[in-house]
Design a protein around this ligand. Sequence first.
Ligand code: DI6
Ligand code: FE
Length: 408
Amino acid sequence: MWDAIWVNGRLATMALEIHAAPYGAIEDGALAVDGGVIAWVGPRGDLPGAPETLARAVHDLDGRWLTPGLIDCHTHLVYGGDRAAEFEARLEGASYQDIAEAGGGILSTVAATRAASEDALFQAARPRLEALIAEGVTTVEIKSGYGLDLDNELKQLRVARALGAALPVTVKTTFLGAHALPPEFAGRAEAYIDAVVAMLAEVKASGLADALDAFCEKIAFSPAQTARVFEAARTHGLPVKLHADQLSDLGGAALAARFGALSADHLEYASAAGVAAMAEAGTVAVILPGAFYVLRETQPPPVDCFRQAGVPMALATDCNPGSAPVTSLLLMLNMGCTLFGLTPEQAFSGVTRHGARALGLGASHGTLEAGKAADFAVWDIARPAELAYRLGFNPLAYAVKDGVIGAN
Ligand code: DI6
Ligand code: FE
């Protein structure tokens, strides 16, 4: 006997290689769960018996859609303070770069994060994560990068892990020590990179980080400095990701690809050579329409090139206090379509199968397939395109995390 079975609904499996229909859809499907894992998926007519003879609990979907749980593969949601005043300053004429160069921006969040206790950071981050979960998110990545010294980076990473332990969501953590130059290293970027390399050994030993990320940009770190941090990550066997080509083309996409990065993220200014290198390396493009929108960027990422080259595109919130105060992944589906020209199916792939791959979770998450985690969402919609079509409306009926029906 399985633990539970869901019947009488439509499944968007997103297993596009297995089920040819758009969204890998199965009309009148059935999905069984056992021990927190998907035990069986297919058309109800193929079940080996009546549902009540196969599982201890039978759930009627009433014709609703069941999809993989959503995956937000790029967030900075653990931080202190907020940046509403900076938002005002930008609307009065200052640019994101002006503010960063004047010591505001990321560094103001660094000061607030350093000053906050672990509990205060947890309490501040919790509602942001709960907002994501309320829209069917079952896996989220959380970066450090607002501590910029060992104790404060570890503090952020511990809070991220604690959030994952407290809430029905899988949390993957990323060490982003090379996010900005902290004030005590002003004018000494190389020395700070040495410090990041030293921190990395401790972070790795702590077991608190699943990957490493860096911000390669004129207002942050150069490609050579980024490469030094990536070399260190390679030594420690930590997968890498990169904030690449967000504000200018520094060759970040190609650099990420050269190190076999799980993903390169942002990518508005990625070059054709960068895209080709990513295709070759199997690096996922994580596109972040919330930051593009908030910063009122005008150059979209090269979506057509990614499509033509076969680079998988993931879509995420980039939830952070500066460039993306965003806690809605459904809104990112809409913006991915409206601002960047993704189809609703491509956008949905970006928050499921490709989001999983951007976190190194492609084998266990992101599609409805037997053997994968029983993470899924049940929606009051008539067709999956509705998830991208509407703005500011949440049609989630409920989510299931590791086989357990959530409270959302
Ligand atoms: N790029 C981003 O979008 C965030 N970090 C980064 O490197 C922004 C972080 C912030 O403004 O606080
Ligand atoms: Fe980011």
